[in-house]
Write a protein that binds this ligand. Structure first.
Ligand code: SAH
Length: 354
């Protein structure tokens, strides 16, 4: 079977180029073809010899994902893309346009796994169960497709789609490094955020390896017993241990750590606000409050005045807070709504492969 060229980083491509007896500058050229020009066939690489192009074609596939469907939100222009992998699994990515608060921000929310093993009760992806990790190339190809199809260049990436990125650490971090190359997407490290439900050893590894990307922790509760009801990961990696590790290790000079917190009716009391403040005494955090999106759950959604009271409490205690806007909910593209389901098979949205 052919390998996926997008699984390779710069070092690996350079070794390949040397093996093929070509000059080293070809490596950078290849990355530019793949990620800047977003080619779909090696034959498009017109500054490579015909022989070299057909060598690549014999050895590699350019694109490990096929676009199956594209939906656009009538409310806010958010776009959801359904992709099929070469072994016939389905994954989704979401393009989120800037809103009034976030001038000029264009975010692609990407998936890191087919399904998810973590079993969070409020999340649609969890219901699929876990199929497999995505390869580095499959992670990167989501961005190639979205950019090519829309003609837009995103300046922000969040690993908040399907899957738990820190259960696929190596492929995710390799993809983030490739996103950062100047010859390719050239995305700033500050604009790449990896979100985790709290895989403690991977968080420690991420910090110890001094990875420069933003990290977001999905906390969602301030009491262990309650969190355990919604997030089974709490059993193996209790958030209190994670918080004390972060208080010890999360260096002051780093970007602030984002704490994601889904607001339910029963987790936004004054006590919750106080516990949040106390929990992260030494780690610099910013709190991102997420309105609970609907799905296959019956969890109670708080009303506006309850949310305002919670935000007010946090602000008095000087905890930096932002509220995430739910985008793309009419196309099931908001947080926790991705299921990789084929809602319809719209042949016209399928792309031609070469
Ligand atoms: N597995 C990773 C990334 C995917 S989920 C993680 O857990 O962080 C991305 C974010 O969406 C998480 O913060 C998660 O808590 C949130 N989320 C999941 N289901 C949701 C729902 N129904 N409503 C609002 N946010 C949800």
């Amino acid at each position: 079977m052919k390998k996926n060229i997008k699984d390779l980083d710069y070092k690996e491509v350079t070794a390949l180029i040397n093996e093929l007896g070509e000059k080293e500058y070809r490596a950078k050229q290849l990355f530019i073809w793949l990620y800047e020009k977003k080619i779909t066939c090696f034959s498009e690489m017109t500054n490579f010899s015909k022989e070299l192009r057909s060598r690549f074609d014999e050895m590699f596939v350019v694109s490990p994902l096929v676009l199956e469907d594209r939906q656009i939100s009538g409310i806010d222009g958010t776009e959801k893309f359904l992709f099929r992998t070469l072994d016939n699994h389905f994954i989704e990515s979401v393009l989120i346009r800037s809103d009034g608060n976030d001038e000029g921000r264009l975010t692609i929310c990407i998936s890191s796994q087919v399904g998810c093993p973590m079993g969070c009760k409020f999340c649609e992806t969890a219901k699929i169960g876990f199929k497999r990790n995505l390869s580095t190339g499959e992670i990167l190809d989501q961005i190639c497709h979205v950019r090519r199809i829309t003609g837009l260049s995103n300046n922000n990436i969040v690993f908040m789609g399907m899957g738990e990125p820190f259960m696929n650490y190596d492929n995710v971090l390799k993809a983030a490094d490739i996103m950062n190359y100047t010859f390719g997407f050239h995305l700033s490290v500050r604009k790449i955020t990896i979100s985790t439900c709290g895989i403690m050893p991977a968080i420690e590894r991420f910090i110890d390896e001094k990875r420069p990307y933003n990290m977001a922790l999905s906390l969602n509760d301030t009491e262990p017993e309650k969190r355990l009801i919604f997030m089974p990961v709490e059993k193996k990696y209790p958030f209190k241990s994670i918080a004390s590790m972060l208080n010890n290790k999360f260096p002051v000079s780093r970007n602030r750590l984002t704490i994601e917190y889904i607001m339910r009716k029963d987790n936004i009391s004054t006590e919750d606000a106080r516990r949040l403040k106390k929990m992260f005494k030494y780690a610099r955090i910013k709190l991102n409050l997420i309105p609970l999106n609907s799905g296959n759950h019956e969890l109670p959604i708080p009303d506006k005045s309850e949310i305002e009271a919670f935000v007010n409490e946090l602000e008095i205690m000087n905890v930096p807070v932002t509220i995430r806007k739910s985008m793309g909910s009419d196309i099931s593209g908001a947080c926790g709504q991705l299921s990789g389901k084929k809602y319809k098979l719209n042949n016209s949205s399928r792309e031609q492969q070469c």
